[in-house]
Design a protein around this ligand. Sequence first.
Ligand SMILES: [Zn+2]
Length: 155
Amino acid sequence: MTKKPFGIYITLENSPVQPERFTGYHTGVDLEIFPGEENTEVSVKAVCAGKLIYRNYISGYGGVAGESCELNGQLIIVIYGHLKLDSIINKINDELKAGEKIGILGKSKSTETDSERKHLHLGFVKGEVMNLKGYVAIQAGLSDWIDPCEYVCGK
Ligand SMILES: [Zn+2]
């Protein structure tokens, strides 16, 4: 289930999530929690086998993990946004298996999610250079990302 699919143009007025504080083309997909998961631990699992290359607290996301993966012969960085930073127990350069737990989602409207609702922002950045932009101002800017839903949604 996603409220904000890849590439959607979000404005403060049209956003499916209110109140909204971002504007631009969405560079990832937002995967929502299910009813009843608001106060439970929701695990986030690696969508591919790869190396943990990033683990930090970032404005707009809260906790973020970045994993380097190979997708159909192409190197990408998978961004997992709005995680509880402390729950990311792996260290940088640790090898993750596909399906391995990375951490848990941050609590809604807390510093863990930088005040966002509880959900996962999943982004696939092309190449090997970390890019944490959640939105880009022009549509052509989306060419630096891949729609994760081509690979992970509904699976
Ligand atoms: Zn998002």
